[in-house]
Design a protein around this ligand. Structure first.
Ligand code: KIV
Length: 272
């Protein structure tokens, strides 16, 4: 397996397809605000996703459904102001692209114009074909998202692994091929069997980005708060935590409280 890594000063949708053909895996992480995006970008993450998971991790909603287009634009603008290298992809939120292609295009244009983002992401296959076509026709790069699509959580009923059965797996393969044919530059595959990710990734020339899709995806994405261990109650099998920030931040903050109460903070050097 090649580990060669070409330097990219600025990652574009073309760079991602090139990475796939060079056998270089793509790293993608979420960010929703300026400070986090600065850190993520400086760490050379290739793609920053302003995910509608902001609805969960930033706003505390149970699902991704409540977040609005205005709120996504606010998060995306904050991220864009921080980023120098990564490609910034923004989720079109629930209700902003499913009902008709004209509305989908208007929503995508608002994101691109008002935040300065580089691309949008949408969930679904055949059902949203006309919306995807319309957005692409305006010159806006589109990333697909198949498998577990959290905007459809009330249709699925649970967050368990998708496409384990032949019929759903076959539809996913067809949807992926269709999204590539339409002109999408990549597809997120969420919570599907590793063997299915392998099949899709081998079939497509555009990259697949897995989250709970196993090692055969052309890249991986995680929610940054999960990777850093800030969301300590969320423990799916696919998640690798690189820190336990929930505990570390909690203990730093308790130390601050203790120091304020004991009048240890501020000391003579920490005042004017
Ligand atoms: O909103 C999000 O964070 C996502 C990722 C889980 C891929 O769509």
């Amino acid at each position: 397996m090649s580990t060669a890594k070409k330097e990219y000063k600025r990652v574009t949708v073309k760079s991602l397809v090139e990475m796939k053909s060079n056998g270089e895996k793509i790293s993608m992480l979420t960010a929703y605000d300026y400070s986090m995006a600065k850190i993520v970008d400086a760490a050379q993450v290739d793609v920053i996703l302003v995910g509608d998971s902001a609805s969960n991790v930033m706003a505390g909603h149970e699902t991704t459904l409540p977040i609005t287009l205005d709120q996504m634009i606010y998060h995306a603008s904050s991220v864009i102001r921080a980023v120098e290298r990564a490609l910034v992809v923004v989720d079109l939120p629930f209700g902003s692209y499913q009902s008709d292609p004209k509305e989908a295009l208007r929503s995508a244009i608002r994101i691109m114009k008002e935040s300065g983002a580089h691309a949008v992401k949408v969930e679904g296959g055949l059902e949203i074909k006309d919306s995807v076509k319309r957005i692409l026709a305006a010159g806006i790069p589109v990333m697909g998202h198949l498998g577990l699509t959290p905007q459809s959580i009330y249709k699925f009923g649970t967050y368990t692994v998708r496409a384990k059965e032949e019929e759903e797996a076959q539809k996913l393969l067809e949807d992926a091929a269709m999204l590539e044919k339409l002109g999408c530059f990549g597809i997120v595959l969420e919570k599907i069997p590793a063997e299915l990710t392998k099949k899709v990734s081998e079939k497509l020339t555009i990259p697949t980005i897995g989250i709970g899709g196993g090692k055969h995806a052309d890249g991986q994405v995680l929610v940054v708060h999960d990777l850093l261990g800030m969301t300590h109650e969320f423990n799916p099998r696919f998640l690798r935590r690189y820190m336990n920030l929930y505990e570390e931040m909690g203990s730093a903050i308790s130390n601050y409280v203790k120091d304020v109460k004991s009048m240890d903070f501020p000391n003579d050097e920490e005042q004017y």
